[in-house]
Each structure stands twice: as structure tokens, then as C-alpha cells.
Write a protein that binds this ligand. Structure first.
Ligand code: G3P
Length: 215
């Protein structure tokens, strides 16, 4: 299973890289708005840290404009993947960009049929948003199971990035059902390693180690 870091914060991405768990990065305009610097500066810095896909979102709505924006973003670095919302124009742009050899990630996916169309259009990745589905009273992880089943039925190679991850269980369930990738905020990555019994165990070992030193 691959982990992407869902962040535009260079310090967070450096921490994830130091942990050895970051296979790629996803960003979006909301994440960019939280940190200083122009989008291009941020993408360049991230590409210098991570040797893997770095998703940069196109904000145009018209297919031709998305393609033009995607072509420009792709010039920043070979690892840039163009994140494009799941709309009709978006899928047209995906089809064009992938034929030009530029990788795309169809984002804001909330239904299995959006994911099927994205795969048929040639997307390299899809981003179904589990947390936002949970927020709306659905079970987000069911969408991941359905997309995995559909892709397996027809041999699509589009990789599923489980996005809008909010909890340890989101990551655990994504792993259990075999999602290809989870894109995870660093705050959740840090929770994955924590366990109170580990902390208590360390304290008790340190106490006993002191006793051994007195011998
Ligand atoms: O990768 C998409 C993600 O950033 C959205 O997360 O928590 O805003 O739903 P959230």
C-alpha cells in the first residue's frame, strides 16, 4: 500500500519523508491557502523532497482551459500529476492530457460511476473522498469497495487514492480492503504510530533499566 501525504506544508512533507512513508503528495487549493508561497514555489519545493507523484490541482472549469493549465503545471517537474475535478469538461481534459503523456488524478469523486468514467477516460488516479461522504451520512469506505470491485471486474489500472481521510480507522479500513493508496494528513500519520501501551511500556522499561544501573 502506498501512502501519499495530503498537505502543501513543506515542513510536514519533510517530516513524512524522514519517516520513510511518503510515496507521493496530494495538494488542493484549500491546503495551498494554509501555507505561504506561490503554488508554483510550493510544488517545486515538494518535488525536491518527494520522489513520487505530486498532485497539483487545475482550477479551470472549461476543458480547453484545464488542458492549458495542466500543460503549464506539468512543466514544473516530471512528477507533477494534474488533479482535475470529476466533471464532463474535466474528463475531456483527462483524456487529452493522458494522451499527451501527462498523468491525471480525477478528484472530488463521490460515486462509483464517476470513478468508472474517470478510468475509461484514462485517468492514472482517482480520489474518492471518504470523510466528506461520512459527513453527509454515507459510509465512505463502501465507495472504495465498489470502485475496487468495478476496476477489478474490467482490469482497469487506474489507482485508487482514498482521500478526505480523517482517522486511523479510515487508513486501517482502506488497507484491509486493498485500496492502492491512502492520502493522509500528517496529523493522522502521527496518530497511526501512537499507542498508550507503547508509551506505558517505554516508561516501565526505563524505570527497570535504572534499577539495573545500580548493580
Ligand atoms: O485529498 C482531499 C482532501 O484534502 C480533502 O480532505 O478533510 O477537506 O475532506 P477534507
Amino acid at each position: 500500500m502506498k501512502f501519499f501525504i495530503d498537505s502543501a506544508d513543506v515542513k510536514e512533507i519533510e517530516t513524512a519523508a524522514a519517516l520513510g512513508i511518503a510515496d507521493g503528495v496530494t495538494t488542493n487549493p484549500t491546503l495551498l491557502a494554509k501555507v505561504p508561497g506561490t503554488p508554483e514555489e510550493i510544488y517545486r519545493s515538494i518535488c525536491n523532497i518527494i520522489d513520487g507523484p505530486v498532485c497539483a490541482e487545475a482550477v479551470s472549469l472549461d476543458a480547453d482551459d484545464i488542458v492549458a493549465e495542466g500543460m503549464n503545471l506539468a512543466k514544473i517537474h516530471d512528477n507533477i500529476v494534474i488533479k482535475i475535478p470529476a466533471t464532463k469538461d474535466g474528463l475531456m481534459a483527462v483524456n487529452t492530457l493522458e494522451k499527451e503523456g501527462i498523468k491525471t488524478n480525477v478528484t472530488l469523486i463521490f460515486s462509483p460511476m464517476q470513478a468508472l468514467l474517470a478510468a475509461k477516460a484514462g485517468a492514472s488516479f482517482v480520489c474518492p473522498f471518504v470523510g466528506r461522504l461520512d459527513d453527509a451520512g454515507h459510509v465512505g469506505m463502501e465507495l472504495i469497495e465498489q470502485i475496487l470491485q468495478i476496476y477489478e471486474n474490467y482490469g482497469f489500472t487506474t489507482e485508487i487514492i482514498v482521500a478526505s481521510i480523517r482517522s486511523i480507522l479510515h487508513v486501517q479500513n482502506a488497507a484491509l480492503i486493498g485500496a492502492h493508496i491512502a492520502t493522509i494528513p500528517l496529523s493522522v500519520v502521527e496518530k497511526l504510530v501512537k499507542h498508550p501501551l507503547t508509551d506505558a511500556g517505554i516508561q516501565s522499561f526505563l524505570k527497570d533499566w535504572d534499577k539495573v544501573q545500580d548493580r
